[in-house]
Design a protein around this ligand. Structure first.
Ligand SMILES: *Cc1c(COP(=O)(O)O)cnc(C)c1O
Length: 495
């Protein structure tokens, strides 16, 4: 299997090469040039397996240039060794009306761990396979969650280093604590005087500074990114759609071949796109419901066929979905049309005007699979409250957005089993969650909030969050935006 660009520059790569490159030369995203097919025997075969074994089977369909041994090693290092606080890794919580796929049992308590634990392993293996001698330095600008998950994933991974920039006053206290206490010998965390856009544009400028990159190359270092357009971040996410189906089969909720649907809280469209790959491979999926918050650019797109980012940006209580450009949509457009020239044209239009229109025919094809809905903050809070009232289960804000969309879809008379994809631990967004539950929290510090939440449900405070109370601060560096390149160069020069 080869990997090609969604914009059609005829570059052909192995999966290892695509994972190292990240982005195609023409600015497109790498996609597999054929979609592997599985049959019901393959799916039934997953029921008896651990999550790691399920992952190895599904990944094997796409990473055809990796040996079975290599893939097995990668998934063991990513998901084994007690890094996840549930032996099932991505447990399916089966309730009477819906099932909740909990993707937040990893080290940073959010679903980014599912991909960012595995990507570094796939990358490190790719470097060995391709004989790449340079050390890879991962550069990340973060508004909170991605930075921590990337740090945990890359910590002490061979032939890699990672430096994360965060806005000095632009992340929550707990997110800051998570990052400045990061352990590992190959990590650096630096605050930037400015907001997230300053950090992000600083990182972009470093990536596109040819002279700077050439100097690093001479010193045996290449820069790379861990953002969600890398194929190595997308492919791990396909696994849990299969895993959820296998768990429903195993529990006798469905019979082999029955269709199920998923509702996914969506931002950059990576998570839900992984479900689309699973469907195209042969997993019996009826609908993928794309759930948005007030930044509902995707709801509009999936309703009208017009993608238009020219609109107000809202800060919501589900911040990981506060996005106006959903990069991974480009991959969907490619697979639906098989027309790279057309995709390139739409993306050009997006870059130049902030807008493109796919037309009625393509829209109809997309709507055959994708449903959509959205919830504002008020509705999100009400949902957290209602879900808790009905079943003593605490959903985080992102999960609640999806839960609401799933609920509305089911009320329309859709009777197939529904899986709500849950992307963060409620402990991670404790302030909004406790407020939704009607608790008085004024004056409480982060750790009191965690304790309060624990007293209300059966899940323990995640170990990674509890440990922050006494963790040593290891990273106190603060720089001006203009000094980011120096920070990178200094870190690249250290051994
Ligand atoms: C990143 C994230 C999302 C959105 O996922 P995409 O793949 O970007 O669509 C949803 N919820 C949480 C908690 C996240 O961290």
């Amino acid at each position: 299997m080869n990997y090609i660009s969604t914009r059609g520059n005829n570059q052909k790569m192995t999966s290892a090469q695509a994972i190292i490159a990240g982005l195609a030369d023409d600015g497109g995203l790498f996609v597999p040039d054929e979609l592997p097919q599985v049959d019901m025997e393959f799916i039934k075969g997953l029921t008896k397996l651990s999550y790691q074994e399920r992952a190895a089977r599904v990944l094997g369909c796409f990473l055809t240039d990796y040996t079975d041994e290599e893939i097995k090693g990668c998934v063991e290092r990513a998901y084994g060794g007690g890094k996840f606080d549930d032996a099932a890794v991505a447990p399916l919580n089966i309730m009477e009306d819906v099932s909740v796929l909990e993707l937040w049992h990893g080290p940073t308590s959010a679903f980014k761990d599912m991909a960012l634990q595995l990507l570094p392993q796939l990358l490190s293996t790719a470097l060995k396979k391709t004989g790449e001698k340079n050390q890879v330095l991962i550069l990340v600008a973060t508004s909170g969650d991605t930075g921590k998950a990337a740090l945990e994933g890359f910590r002490d991974v061979e032939q890699t280093k990672i430096i994360v920039f965060y806005p000095e006053n632009g992340v929550s206290r707990i997110q800051k604590l998570q990052m400045v206490t990061q352990q590992g010998e190959n990590v650096a965390v630096t605050a930037v005087k400015g907001n997230f856009d300053d950090a992000q544009s600083g990182v972009k400028a470093i990536f596109s500074d040819r002279e700077f990159n050439a100097k690093l190359n001479e010193a045996g270092v290449s820069l790379s990114s861990a953002n969600s357009i890398n194929w190595g971040r997308l492919v791990p996410q396909i696994v849990y759609y299969f895993s959820a189906y296998a768990d429903l089969l195993k529990a006798g909720v469905i019979r082999a071949g029955d269709e199920i649907s998923f509702t996914v809280p969506t931002g950059n469209f990576g998570d839900i796109l992984a479900g689309y790959y699973a469907l195209r491979m042969g997993l019996p999926v009826k609908k993928l419901i794309c759930a948005s918050n007030t930044n509902n650019v995707l709801t509009d797109f999936l309703t009208t066929g017009v993608y238009d980012r020219n609109r107000d940006f809202f800060k919501t209580i589900s911040p990981s979905m506060d996005i106006l450009i959903s990069s991974n949509l480009e991959r969907l457009l490619y697979h639906v049309t098989n027309d790279a020239a057309q995709v390139a044209e739409w993306m050009k239009s997006l870059a130049e005007t902030g807008r493109y229109d796919v037309g009625a025919e393509v829209l109809a094809k997309i709507q055959a699979t994708f449903g959509c809905d959205w919830a504002d903050d008020q509705k999100t809070m009400e949902t957290i409250n209602a879900v808790y009232g009905e079943r003593k289960y605490i959903a985080d804000t992102h999960t609640a957005v999806a839960w609401d969309s799933a609920h509305k879809y089911m009320l329309q008379g859709n009777a197939e089993p529904m899986v709500v994809v849950s992307t963060a631990s409620p402990y991670k967004f404790n302030e909004s969650v406790l407020t939704a539950l009607g608790e008085a929290i004024e004056g409480m510090d982060e750790f009191q909030l965690l304790d309060k939440l624990q007293s209300m449900n059966s899940f323990k405070i995640p170990a990674g969050l509890a440990a922050l109370k006494n963790a040593e601060v290891r990273h106190g560096n603060v720089v001006e935006k203009t000094a980011m390149p120096q920070a990178v160069a200094a870190f690249a020069g250290q051994n």
